[in-house]
Ligand binder design. Structure first.
Ligand code: OSB
Ligand code: MG
Length: 380
């Protein structure tokens, strides 16, 4: 495409109830959106288009090293100027070239992903193609799982899980940490039975020394345990996998297709959580899906409390055949009373895959004006 402008808009969305993980509590989702406008050449002629991207970085560097102000800073100072320079030198910017144009900037995958997402949205809108068909997805709806934060009490937890099951969520993920692991899992099994698809996520809160405690989870028929050990503990995850039956799934450790290849060859994971923002974009996420599938390793699509924009793109990705486990793709109202797009809703435990061009959804202007700061021009 020919990029004519890039705008950034900071956004603060209140979360319906505090979301607590081993790394902290979120009560508001601070993020920024990018809007890229320009033209796309198609068989019909030149189309004027605009595309949206969303940054999944959290405000603070507690889930990964990225943090929102840093992502914005690197975007303004390095990423947008790099795209600009490439276009000025005559290079065509497409979603497929964004990653290589930005490759000399080390890391900052969430910031890069937001830019690539906006270019991809613009490009696909120009061609009248949905994210889902671009990825090669065949399903028109995806099963919806929900991530349940650490609660103040077991009673609160059972109350929350009961509501989600009533709403139709087909898989429950419990956040765990030392001191909140066996008891909540046992209580959920006791209250709701052995048939509820159940998994846990430790967000790197344990060490290999805790293997005996973690092994106690084997008694509860869990689908998987997500990221029990630190981000860079691939070898130790492989050792843990030898010591317990519950499949090990990696989230934080997987920042690229290369990390995925390493984890698979080491035996550090038998399941992969794919988060497009964490790995630098939807194209790398698609490659991770392909790689895992080729190795017979299950993949599912993780979430980062996305607005309707990121939720739309994640749903489209999760509609690929290799996503054999339900993702953290819940309805908009799991986190937000008011989403910035038309809300995603649960229908028989499923979320419909948007079929319109690009993301298939756009921010509602009045909602954006109420919740977002004024747009900041990054280009020209
Ligand atoms: O570890 O999967 C995680 C949210 C923020 C940061 C990390 C994680 C999560 C979730 C929520 O579990 C997933 C969602 O968006 O539904
Ligand atoms: Mg996780």
């Amino acid at each position: 495409m020919l990029i004519e402008s890039i705008q950034l808009r900071e956004l603060s969305l209140p979360i319906v109830s505090p979301f607590t993980t081993s790394f902290g509590t979120q009560t508001v989702r601070n993020t920024y959106l990018l809007r890229i406008a320009g033209t796309v050449r198609t068989a019909q002629g030149t189309e004027s288009v605009a595309g949206w991207g969303e940054c999944v970085s959290l405000s603070d560097p507690v889930y990964s090293s990225e943090y929102l102000r840093g992502a914005r800073e690197v975007t303004e100072r390095y990423l947008v100027p790099a795209l600009f320079a490439a276009q000025e030198s005559g290079q065509e910017i497409t979603a497929e070239t964004v990653a290589s144009v930005l490759e000399h900037i080390v890391g900052h995958r969430m910031a890069k992903s937001a830019l690539e997402m906006a270019v991809l949205d613009a490009q696909l809108r120009g061609h009248g193609m949905s994210f889902a068909s671009y990825f090669g997805a065949t399903r028109t709806a995806v099963p919806s799982g929900v991530s349940v934060g650490i609660q103040d009490s077991i009673d609160d937890l059972l109350g929350a899980v009961g509501v989600y099951l009533e709403e139709g969520y087909v898989r429950i993920k419990l956040k765990i940490q030392p001191g909140w692991d066996i008891e909540p899992v046992a209580a959920v099994r006791r209250a709701f039975g052995d048939d509820v698809p159940l998994q846990v996520d430790a967000n790197a809160a344990y060490t290999l020394v805790d293997a005996r405690q973690l092994r106690r989870l084997d008694d509860y028929g869990l689908l998987l345990i997500e990221q029990p050990l630190a981000e860079d503990d691939l070898v130790q995850h492989a050792k843990l996998a030898q010591m317990m039956h519950t499949p090990i799934c990696l989230d934080e450790s997987i920042e690229s297709a290369k990390d995925t290849a390493d984890a698979i060859s080491l035996g550090a994971a038998s399941v992969i959580n794919v988060k497009p923002g964490r790995v630098g974009g939807y194209l790398e996420a698609r490659r991770i899906h392909d790689l895992a599938r080729a190795h017979g390793v299950a993949v599912w699509c993780g979430g980062m409390l996305e607005t309707g924009l990121g939720r739309a793109a994640n749903t489209a990705l999760a509609a690929l055949d290799g996503f054999t486990l339900p993702g953290d793709i819940s309805a908009s109202d799991r986190f937000y009373r008011q989403d910035i797009t038309e809300p995603f809703v649960l229908r028989d435990g499923m979320i419909d895959v948007p079929q319109g061009p690009g993301l298939g959804v756009t921010p509602i202007p009045e909602v954006l004006d109420a919740l977002a700061a004024a747009p900041v021009e990054l280009w020209p």
